[in-house]
Structure formats: structure tokens, C-alpha cells
Design a protein around this ligand. Structure first.
Ligand SMILES: [Zn+2]
Length: 206
């Protein structure tokens, strides 16, 4: 499942300024306010945007957190910061003991991991000593580069498995539900109807 151009723009703006009103967003992106509202609702529904102050769940967008342990010979911290700030793949730099630095990065494919690796290794005096990945759920990381290749990792509402490709959708009570296949969708609908019926019965019993 992919984001469309308007959705990418909305997220990009909200990453910079989480409290932009829908009206201002509409003006900046040059679409109507109702479009913004329905897009934001959709993003909330999918769990991409959470709550009021807009946190973006990067795990859901398939972004993975990596650490590089970098050895920097004859480089000042100031110089390292310049190197670090020269690429938008890097999120955080921490000084370790000796000549080491811990660099945090978020990537959405191996190509970006290669790019980050090359970027560091081509600099004089820098070498990557260790690379590792975490499963951490880091939710509040500003300024992730967003593009149309970011794929969304949405779980099926029925079976909980990640949805590959386009989801089956079912709109009920104004909320969009997403499924991995038509049989999950069917089963969920049945379960939903049963629950509604049961609720109604319970009300009547009282
Ligand atoms: Zn499913």
C-alpha cells in the first residue's frame, strides 16, 4: 500500500509543524479543506498519524532503525557534525569514548543503507566498525525523507498479518477497515454484524 502525493505532502508538512490547521494545510498544498480532512482521517485510521499533536509512526511506514558505530581518525567532533549533517539519512550522532561515534539512521530499503554506508566510507579517516538494526518503536523522529516509494505496513484488521499490495477495504460507520484478502474481509464483516446484533440484544434484555 502506498501513499499518494497529497498524503506525502500532508505528512511532510505535519512533520515540520505538527499543529498546522487543516485550513492552512489546504492552502499550502493547494487542495480543498475537505480533501485535507478526509486524507487526515484516512491516515489516522491506518494508524500512520496518531492523535492530536501528530506523531508519525515510522515503523508503520516500513522505516527501519539502524546504528552505525563509526571510527573517526583525526576528525574533530565539529567536523563529524558537518559530515553527519550532510546527509538526510542520518538522524542522530553521539560521541563514544575514544574516536568512536554512534550514528542513528532510518532507512526504508537496502539501497539507502548502501548510500549511507558509502557516504561515510568515502570520507577520509572514517570507517564503519559495526552496523546493527533495532526493532525499537521510535515514534517521534522528525524529518524523515518521504517519497512515493515509502510503502505502508498496515496490518489486516481481521488476521493481523501485514497487508501486501492493495488492501481490501470495507467502510463502516464512517471508518475505513483494511484487510489482506477478501475472505478476511468477509469474516470480519460477519463478526462485526454478530457483535452489533449481540449488543442490540443485550440492550433489549435490560
Ligand atoms: Zn487477513
Amino acid at each position: 500500500m502506498k501513499l499518494d502525493e497529497t498524503e506525502i505532502k500532508i505528512l511532510t508538512h505535519l512533520q515540520k509543524e505538527g499543529r498546522l490547521s487543516r485550513r492552512v494545510l489546504a492552502e499550502r498544498i493547494e487542495v480543498s479543506t475537505p480533501t485535507i480532512s478526509s486524507k487526515i482521517e484516512k491516515l489516522e485510521n491506518m494508524g500512520i498519524i496518531r492523535g492530536f499533536s501528530v506523531e508519525i509512526d515510522h515503523g508503520k511506514m516500513g522505516l527501519q532503525k539502524y546504528y552505525f558505530k563509526v571510527k573517526a581518525q583525526e576528525r574533530t567532533e565539529e567536523e563529524m557534525r558537518e559530515v553527519f549533517e550532510g546527509s538526510e539519512l542520518f538522524r542522530k550522532m553521539e560521541k563514544l569514548e575514544g574516536s568512536g561515534y554512534l550514528i542513528t539512521l532510518f532507512i526504508n530499503d537496502f539501497n539507502q543503507l548502501d548510500m549511507a554506508t558509502e557516504y561515510i566510507e568515502e570520507k577520509d579517516g572514517l570507517s564503519i566498525e559495526e552496523v546493527w538494526r533495532t526493532q525499537d518503536e521510535e515514534t517521534k523522529v522528525p524529518k524523515i525523507p518521504l517519497d512515493e516509494n515509502v510503502s505502508l505496513d498496515i496490518a489486516c484488521y481481521y488476521c493481523g498479518k501485514p497487508i501486501e499490495g492493495e488492501p481490501e477495504k470495507w467502510k463502516k460507520d464512517g471508518k475505513e477497515h483494511y484487510f489482506c484478502c477478501s475472505s478476511c474481509k468477509g469474516l470480519y464483516e460477519e463478526k462485526y454484524e454478530r457483535l452489533q446484533k449481540r449488543k442490540k440484544e443485550m440492550k433489549e434484555e435490560r
